[in-house]
Design a protein around this ligand. Structure first.
Ligand SMILES: O=C(O)CCC(=O)C(=O)O
Ligand SMILES: [Fe+2]
Length: 729
């Protein structure tokens, strides 16, 4: 229920009791600080009627009332270092089966590796925007040759990989400007292989054979058993590299069209959501998905493991109904898991077809993506899965748009058009991620289900991953070097391999090293060095337009602007000894200039570049930019600084971020403009994704932006002329 709430004489409306508590706590804390203040610059708290809506929105979201510039000298440079040190201490990723996935403590138990190594291993960039690809997407992305060309051109094209910005270049970008998904279409000639299905599977396969006959016969019976013909569309994509590199590495992927019959998919979907038809199911799901935080992005994981109960971390999973439901699913799905296993062992026979090192699915699970809820999976390597399989249970266009993409680097995405029953098979070296657009082609909420296998090159699921990256790292493959760093047991080893990867052109390795130099990732062997960090972030941008590089640079510049402002204020106070009026005027002047200082403008430019690539933290912070008026010349307007903000644009970016924090602020916006129903819906989305849960904030600190675990959502924005600073989430 909506309740009015008063903080520091400002009445705001908040929908949720928890919010009230946390807001009140924040206000009390800030108030405490304020009482110790010697010099105060008062903030207007009166509300001119003409801009009531805007102010309500601003205040509801900006309710941090550092209305008063407090004891600014206390916020000295040492506090900046302290922040870094604290961040370092909390940056403690899990390491897991997936490079970006830390749920499996059994598999990788060494949490002490969670510094620069696991930070690195935790996977490149973040997903999520309405339309996430870059404007400069290559025209024919994914073939080895076309991507090669693209890289070479882009590296010499300073306009497309920008590293500095002027005032007239920023603030125009809207989520709707981001281009639609670019489809991967560079497949080689189709081929097929036949699989002799073992007798033990015969009955189940026979059953599926009957279903397939209705569509297209891909199964034939022989005297010895059943032969299944598997159609294969081979594809490949360049790996991240430096243009100057002599040797170029590529990753392969194979699409198996119609691997699973549509009728079987229908039955599975009916079990999963009550009806195979998405519109009729209307978002309902009959299976309880895991509600634990996904270690990659610290949002509710929304998946369900089919094989091993210990991986299902939602208490609801233990109900009899849920267990029975999973058994029914397994009955339908296991035959296809078996066929896939036979296929993998034959197709990759040279790699994992022999002895006790046969390809074995060790984890299989379902993921659900839905517009307005979990929409994706940040770009990553499945660094702990020798071969991965994704089987789509949803149709492209009619049920979802976007979905699984492959990429050479985090700033580009090539989506694979997958329909119900289509499978994709790839090895750990393929860089990929998922982003489902909010709407399908009919303009309804998108929904995509996928069935994923993570396999190992071991009959008994032993972890041999250390072997996978070793030789190719020695051979100079940047992705292998980057992944190898995650397997190193010492700080020296991790730094060494990240440095090698960075030098060989792996942009994320550069960003990780940059964070290490800022002491935002723990490392004993690199010392605090801002210049070095900045040059590493720039290197990542120049080589790959790395979104996490842009974000890291924005974050560094904002810290520097804030620090500069704090220093100026300290000086003003010293030089105007006790003359409150003078002090107030001069401080106001400093804050106005701060809004448009070149570094701040640059920071916004970098946030926009990162946002174009789907960087969720950057998109959220663009919401902050438009809500508080950063990057715009201060116009006194109604006396409150209103008039140089754009709350609607802010709302769009908060929503586009797809973050629970973005949804909660969007909900406040909707509330403030009287759209109660919309407000409730966004609030619900925020909670579904983990907002207000006991784990979200801490898990987010560990996960960072997904791409980089040194990244923080709360950037150090300087105070605006009214004295406010954005609320921290
Ligand atoms: O859902 C998908 O299509 C892929 C998910 C994925 O990449 C993963 O879970 O590692
Ligand atoms: Fe993956």
């Amino acid at each position: 229920m909506s309740k009015p709430y008063k903080i520091n004489n400002i009445e705001i409306e908040i929908n949720n009791d928890d919010d009230i508590k946390s807001t009140a706590a924040a206000a009390t804390k800030k108030k405490k600080n304020a009482t110790t203040t010697k010099t105060k610059v008062s903030t207007k708290t009166t509300t001119p009627l003409t801009s009531l809506t805007r102010l309500a929105w601003t205040l509801t979201t900006a309710f941090i009332l550092i209305c008063i510039l407090i004891e600014l000298s206390a916020l000295s440079s040492s506090s900046l270092h302290l922040t870094s040190a604290t961040a370092t201490a909390t940056n403690d990723d899990d390491d897991g089966f997936d490079e970006n996935d830390g749920e499996d403590d059994k598999i990788s138990s060494d949490k002490s590796e969670s510094n620069i190594a696991t930070g690195t291993s935790t996977a490149p960039t973040t997903t999520t925007s309405n339309n996430p690809t870059l404007p400069q997407q290559p025209s024919s992305s994914s073939s080895a040759s076309s991507t090669k060309d693209h890289d070479a051109t882009a590296l010499t094209d300073s306009d497309s990989y920008k590293s500095s910005f002027s005032m007239n270049e920023i603030l125009q970008l809207k989520p709707s400007d981001l281009p639609p998904p670019f489809l991967f279409n560079d497949f080689g000639s189709p081929t097929s292989i036949s699989i002799d299905v073992e007798n033990e599977n015969e009955n189940e396969i026979k059953q599926s054979k009957e279903e397939e006959k209705k569509e297209e016969t891909t199964t034939t019976t022989t005297t010895t058993g059943i032969t299944k013909i598997i159609k294969i569309l081979p594809g490949s994509i360049m790996q991240q590299n430096i243009a100057a590199s002599k040797e170029l590495f590529e990753s392969k992927l194979y699409v198996l069209p119609d691997f699973m019959p549509r009728d079987t998919v229908k039955e599975i979907l009916t079990l999963l959501r009550g009806h195979e038809n998405m519109t009729i199911a209307n978002g309902y799901q009959s299976i309880a998905l895991n509600e634990d935080p996904d270690p990659v992005d610290a949002m509710t994981s929304q998946r369900i493991f089919l094989d091993d109960d210990s991986n299902n971390r939602s208490p609801k999973q233990s109900t009899i109904e849920q267990i029975q439901l999973r058994q029914k699913l397994k009955l339908l799905m296991d035959p296809y898991k078996d066929i896939m296993t036979l296929f993998l062992r034959k197709w990759y026979s040279d790699k994992c077809g022999k002895d006790n090192r046969k390809c074995t699915p060790c984890y299989t699970f379902l993921r659900r993506y839905r517009g307005g809820e979990r929409r994706g999976n940040v770009p990553h390597h499945d660094s702990m899965s020798y071969i991965s399989v994704v089987i789509s249970l949803s149709d492209y266009d009619t049920e979802y748009q976007g979905g699984l993409y492959v990429s050479s680097k985090n700033s580009e995405r090539n989506y694979i058009k997958l329909n119900r029953g289509d499978a994709v098979v790839h090895q750990w070296d393929l860089h990929h991620g998922v982003h489902v657009l909010d709407e399908n082609i009919h303009g309804d909420t998108s929904e995509r289900w996928s069935w994923i296998f993570w396999t190992r090159d071991s009959d008994t699921c032993d972890d041999h991953s250390k072997e996978w990256y070793k030789d190719c790292a020695d051979d100079g493959n940047p992705s292998c070097m980057y992944l190898r760093a995650t397997n190193e047991g010492t700080d020296e080893g991790r730094i060494k391999w990240n440095e090698k990867a960075s030098n060989a052109g792996d942009a994320l390795a550069s960003v990780k090293l940059g964070y290490a130099y800022l002491k935002l990732l723990p490392s004993d062997i690199v010392s605090y060095d801002v210049k070095k960090a900045e040059s590493l972030f720039l290197k990542a941008i120049r080589s790959s337009n790395e979104p996490d590089g842009h974000y890291a640079l924005a974050s560094l510049y904002l810290k520097q602007v804030t620090h500069q402002i704090q220093n100026s204020i300290s000086m003003i106070k010293e030089q105007n000894n006790g003359d409150d009026r003078q002090i107030k005027m001069k401080i106001m002047d400093v804050l106005k200039k701060g809004l448009i200082s070149p570094k701040l403008i640059n920071a916004i430019g970098h946030l926009e570049e990162a946002a174009k690539c789907g960087h969720m933290f950057a998109q959220f912070n663009l919401g902050i930019v438009h809500l508080y008026g950063y990057g715009r010349s201060y116009r006194s307007g109604d006396g409150n600084g209103n008039g140089n903000t754009d709350p609607n644009m802010a709302g769009m970016w908060f929503e586009a971020s797809g973050l629970p924090e973005g949804y909660i602020v969007k909900s406040m916006h909707s509330n403030s403009i009287g759209k109660k129903e919309e407000a409730e819906s966004f609030q619900q989305k925020a909670y579904t994704l983990g907002y207000g849960s006991p784990w979200r904030q801490m898990a987010r600190e560990r996960a960072g932006s997904g791409g980089s675990s040194g990244a923080k959502l709360n950037l150090q924005w300087p105070p605006i002329p009214s004295g406010q600073i954005p609320q921290e989430f």
